[in-house]
Design a protein around this ligand. Structure first.
Ligand SMILES: NC(=O)c1ccc[n+]([C@@H]2O[C@H](COP(=O)([O-])OP(=O)(O)OC[C@H]3O[C@@H](n4cnc5c(N)ncnc54)[C@H](O)[C@@H]3O)[C@@H](O)[C@H]2O)c1
Length: 423
């Protein structure tokens, strides 16, 4: 394992700055180059590294210049949804491993380009899907692997987050979301729940997505927010946004399961990823923190309806805590961004770079999860017609080479790796 790896960071908006700060908490990281097309943000990145780590990384405004450097091992890319793919491809072709922040693909071709670049260069591309490392998601994964839910039949999830101000003020704040909502119409942000869902369903490892169909509503939320907050004279007050307020996508899997995804970011509502796992023995539903397992959950014989128990309050999460979270507690939870899952996903990436070995989320996962956006746009444009899902593994999903086991593994709970970790 390399003691220290040299990292270049591309994209230093709010997320890039936060992720870079978080990454500097991981062992063996040195940030030696920072880049944003806005020079002030790149300079802010340089300042953050100097403050946290004491070195002064070189500043770039053209990421292709940064990629010419031979001393960079890997790239952390936190740019916009429509630039992640090309920056990932250019990074791998320049001989660097790459991690990209989440978002959907603009085209299916973009996904193939990432797959080919990784296969041809031997460099990996890891989508930084932090929700795969969330405490609840990991405990639930542990339960699935112990067979508590029985055979999995159906799953749901979504990105349900009131982002009206962030979207509508995109020009003032130089933020990337606005133009996607102006010009596109689809499941724009699929991966937060699709990541954990895919790992439960064994997508690309014995299972795969075969088709999807998307439907979307009319668009009203952003218009109403703009009129109320910016006034009738604001230049976007009459803008007709393409993106529907609530987009629903159904995906069919080769092994017979279905997945429903919801994208819901332009209406008033509390945050939820609406996770649901349903199998032959029981169900979990995030929105009421509810769990019901036949033969395990309390059943009142006089209540025909059956009641959910609480996943957290009734002790299920504690009982099935994933050993990575137990270790995290023993080590002293550092709880940076999003309750700790940002630190864990970045630690997983850095471990793979230091080992020069397979990441827990690989280029096939990245391509399949991101592809949902481009496919849902096609489906909606075709009146919700089902569209076929490409097999980015070219058949390897049936008989893949083994994944790398370890503490950050997302395909199995590798208890043996935690035996000496005090958990
Ligand atoms: N995983 C999470 O929990 C989480 C949370 C927030 C944001 N994100 C994701 O992180 C990404 C960044 O989010 P943000 O809020 O910082 O967005 P942002 O639009 O504010 O920042 C993106 C930055 O990338 C830069 N950029 C774009 N193209 C570039 C290029 N070719 N070369 C150099 N720099 C370039 C932009 O100038 C900008 O500063 C998005 O994909 C977002 O969806 C993920």
């Amino acid at each position: 394992m390399k003691n220290t790896v040299n990292i270049g960071v591309i994209g230093l908006g709010g997320r890039g700055q936060g992720q870079m700060r978080e990454m500097l908490n991981c062992e063996g990281v040195k940030v030696i180059a920072v880049c944003d097309k806005y020079e002030d943000r790149a300079l802010e990145g340089q300042r953050i590294v100097a403050e946290k780590a004491g070195n002064s990384p070189h500043v770039y405004t053209d990421y292709k210049q940064l990629l010419t450097r031979k001393d960079i091992d890997a790239i952390l890319c936190c740019s916009t949804w429509i630039t992640h793919g090309r920056i990932a491809v250019d990074s791998m072709r320049a001989g660097k491993h790459v991690a990209i922040e989440v978002g959907g693909a603009a085209s299916i071709e973009e996904c193939w380009q990432m797959v080919r670049a990784s296969e041809e260069t031997g460099k990996f591309c890891m989508l930084l899907e932090n929700c795969c490392y969330d405490r609840n998601e990991m405990a639930l994964f542990n339960m699935v692997k112990q067979g508590i839910f029985g055979e999995i039949i159906h799953m749901q999830g979504g990105y349900q987050h009131d982002l009206r101000d962030e979207i509508c003020l995109g020009r003032e704040n130089r933020h990337g979301r606005l133009f996607n909502f102006q010009h596109r119409n689809g499941e724009l942000y699929p991966t937060h729940q699709l990541g954990p869902i895919s790992k439960v369903l064994g997508i690309n490892r014995g299972n795969r997505f075969i088709s999807l169909s998307s439907m979307t509503t009319k668009s009203r939320g952003l218009h109403e927010w703009i009129v109320k907050n910016k006034g009738e004279d604001y230049d976007l007050a009459d803008y007709s946004f393409n993106q529907g307020d609530v987009t629903t996508t159904m995906i069919k899997c080769a092994n017979g399961e279905t997945v429903v995804l919801t994208h819901d970011c332009s209406l008033p509502r509390p945050y939820s990823r609406g996770y649901r796992i349903q199998g032959t023995k029981g169900i979990y539903q995030e929105d009421c923190d509810g769990i019901f397992i036949e033969g395990m959950s309390y059943v009142d014989p006089n209540d025909w309806a059956h009641q959910f128990e609480h996943f957290v309050d009734n002790g299920y999460r504690e009982k099935y805590e994933h050993p990575l979270w137990k270790k995290y507690a023993v080590d002293g939870i550092h709880a940076g961004g999003h309750g700790g899952m940002d630190y864990l996903v970045l630690s997983a990436f850095i471990e793979s770079v230091r080992l020069e070995d397979k990441p827990p989320i690989d280029v096939y996962d990245t391509a399949a999860w991101m592809a949902v956006t481009a496919l849902s746009e096609q489906s909606i444009a075709l009146g919700s017609a089902p569209v076929p899902f490409p097999d980015f593994t070219n058949g390897m999903w049936i008989d893949r080479e083994p994944y790398r086991r370890g503490i950050f593994c997302l395909d199995e709970v590798c208890n043996d790796y935690f035996e000496n970790a005090g958990v």
